[in-house]
Design a protein around this ligand. Structure first.
Ligand code: GDP
Length: 602
């Protein structure tokens, strides 16, 4: 199935080559209009000995096109049976309106959770005893008699993961910015994400009840990042709100509905149900518990569905409050049980005719995914490693445990996004849902340098002790960005140190007083910068470097001085390792030399 040939869709300006999983050297050469030998030659230059039938994965093909300097060609992933997620299906004439799907994003502590909570409590009636205690990944509320679906996710990375799977999940992204803090790194990330996902943006300028709140300044800040407020002639609605007092939250909801109207969001209901897996975990007594967002058709209890390589019969279905639901239409988030195995976060689910068809489709999907993974003999990781001539690439081994499958996927996907320019290879030894176990520790200990990352999980005391005994690092986080920072730092440590030289000043030699094998005493005038005892000096005769010396002391008017600055005249004593024949008119270039931890991507 993965042995598909590239097909081309001619475009006036750009040629698109669609690749399902991998492509052979022969197919890629043909698609690029190149001779096979030319492509094999280029691969060879990059250290890969390939044959005509060798398969290259998507990323490798992309890198090769870049290396060859070919322009006007774009690679696209062709969906296979695994991901039947065509961007958005063509709608029929009788498609009906559907609620908007909204994601709330922004910098940590700017009030995303408070905003979602406030809306949830304001707008939904908690009928169930105990209310909402579960990890909710999505909910729906009503405003003006119309529904709005809100998504809550472990982080932007989760959305990125879904996007990788080719699906468009959110119609509108509400970017929350605290009016007393302004635009921060994750705000910028959220803006980029929303733009990349083609979602409409609304900004909620939050915490306006706070003393330091400055709405115009926040708007200016946003405007500098490409979001122009409507008030200033731009096209982005920016609503000053307070998640604490509830001020203007109605207005925020009005704006969401306004955008939904303009966008004319629709879906077909008379088609087999389809949608996305937005959360999944195992529960004692229930088996697989899976949160789905229906995007088309109507899902009903008793129907058979597949998602990736998993299938099942919808045994129970409840809404986000835990209230039983017989059927769920487009934009509705539901929680179901009945999948035989846990599907993956971001998998597309599809209704199937009967059990037999469902089983067969799941099997095909699983097979397709396995084929795809196995079919590429040259992967981009190999390529990057080979391109890195000295192959000094380091390997960072990790085991990842998360509370739910969604968070594991998020962590994995975000770790993969750390750009190490091929210098550090991330090796995911294992992943899993649940607390850190003895087995994880043994696995890590066996490897020597494996780090166990936990995300929202527990570390039982005996396991922590075991890890301490075996020298295994367990790092447990509740905030994904902190986990990522730690991983980035650890990867940087693998890069080791580098030597950095910094120029500090320059002197013209006007007198040479003593030259021995180990000592050099001279005087001169500072041309620039400054001279302090302890720095190093490069001795230059014209362009030629005569040698290096270490400045031991500095004198000004024959008295020891702490420094000489520009234009000042003074003397200096230097220690050398060999005799340097310094003469009047030579230059001394002063500099410091430090060891510094290398940074990723430098
Ligand atoms: P998140 O990290 O973006 O989900 O932020 P939270 O919702 O957890 O909010 C971070 C902190 O800001 C909490 O202490 C909230 O109580 C507080 N907070 C959130 N919204 C507001 C608001 O509108 N006004 C004030 N005064 N505090 C707020």
């Amino acid at each position: 199935m993965s042995a598909e040939t590239a097909d081309m869709a001619a475009d006036k300006t750009e040629k698109v080559i669609r690749i399902a999983g991998s492509i052979t050297v022969d197919e890629l050469a043909t698609a690029l209009g190149l001779s096979v030998t030319a492509l094999i030659g280029e691969l060879f230059k990059n250290g890969i000995v390939a044959t005509i039938n060798q398969r290259l994965d998507f990323e490798t093909a992309e890198i090769m096109i870049g290396e060859l300097g070919i322009e006007g060609v774009r690679l696209e992933r062709k969906n296979t049976a695994t991901q039947t997620s065509e961007q958005r299906r063509e709608l029929s004439d009788h498609a009906v309106s559907r609620p908007p799907v909204v994601a709330v994003m922004g910098h940590v502590d700017h009030g995303k959770t408070s905003l979602l909570d406030n809306l949830l409590h304001k707008k939904t009636v908690e009928t169930e005893a105990g209310g909402i205690t579960q990890h909710i990944s999505a909910y729906q509320l009503e405003h003006d008699g119309r529904k709005i679906t809100f998504l809550d996710t472990p982080g932007h990375e989760a959305f990125a993961a879904i996007r990788q799977h080719g699906a468009m999940l959110t119609d509108i992204v509400v970017i929350v910015v605290a009016a007393d803090d302004g635009v921060k790194p994750q705000t910028v990330e959220a803006i980029k994400f929303a733009q990349g996902a083609n979602a409409k943006i609304i900004v909620a300028i939050n915490k306006i009840d706070r003393e330091g709140a400055d709405v115009p300044r926040t708007m200016a800040d946003l405007s500098a990042h490409g979001l122009q407020p409507e008030e200033w002639g731009g096209d982005i609605m920016m609503i000053p709100v307070s998640a604490k007092t509830g001020e203007n939250l109605e207005k925020l909801l009005d704006s969401i509905l306004l955008i939904a109207d303009v966008e004319e969001l629709k879906a077909d209901v008379d088609i087999p149900a389809e949608g996305l897996v937005i959360e999944s975990h195992m529960e004692v007594g229930k088996g697989s518990v899976v949160n789905l967002l229906v995007t088309g058709g109507e899902l009903k209890v008793g129907e058979f569905i597949t998602a990736g390589g998993s299938y099942g019969k919808v045994r129970t279905m409840v809404d986000f409050r835990g209230k039983p639901k017989g059927k769920a239409g487009p934009s509705t988030p539901v929680t179901i049980t009945g999948f035989k195995e846990l599907p993956n976060f971001g998998d597309r689910f599809l209704e199937q005719k009967d059990e037999k068809t469902a089983r067969k489709a799941a099997l095909l999907n699983a097979q397709g995914a396995a084929d795809e993974a196995a079919s590429a003999n040259v992967t981009s990781t190999d390529l990057l490693r080979m391109m890195n001539a000295e192959d000094n690439s380091k390997v960072f081994n990790v085991i990842i445990k998360g509370d739910v499958l969604g968070s594991v996927t998020s962590v994995v996907d975000s770790l993969k996004m750390i750009d190490t320019k091929g210098e550090v290879t991330l090796n995911i030894v294992a992943t899993g849902v649940g607390d850190i176990t003895e087995n994880d520790v043994y696995m890590a200990a066996g490897d020597g340098n494996t780090v166990i990352y936990g995300f929202n999980v527990g570390v039982p005391t005996n396991i922590a002790k075991l890890a301490a005994r075996d020298g295994v690092a367990i790092r447990n986080y509740r905030v994904i960005y902190e986990l990522l920072d730690d991983a980035r730092n650890s990867m940087e440590k693998l890069l080791g140190e580098e030597i950095v030289e910094t120029d500090t000043g320059e002197m013209k030699v006007m007198g040479v007083f003593r030259v021995t094998k180990t000592e050099l005493i001279a005087g001169g005038q500072m041309l620039s910068g400054r001279l302090t005892p302890g720095v190093l000096a490069r001795v230059k005769h014209g362009k030629e470097v005569l040698g290096e010396a270490e400045v031991e002391s500095v004198q000004k008017e024959r008295i020891d001085a702490k420094e000489l600055i520009e234009n000042e005249i003074g003397g200096l004593a230097m220690r050398t390792e060999k005799k340097i024949n310094l003469t009047v008119g030579d230059r001394l270039e002063f500099f410091t030399r430090e060891k510094r931890q290398r940074k990723l991507g430098e």
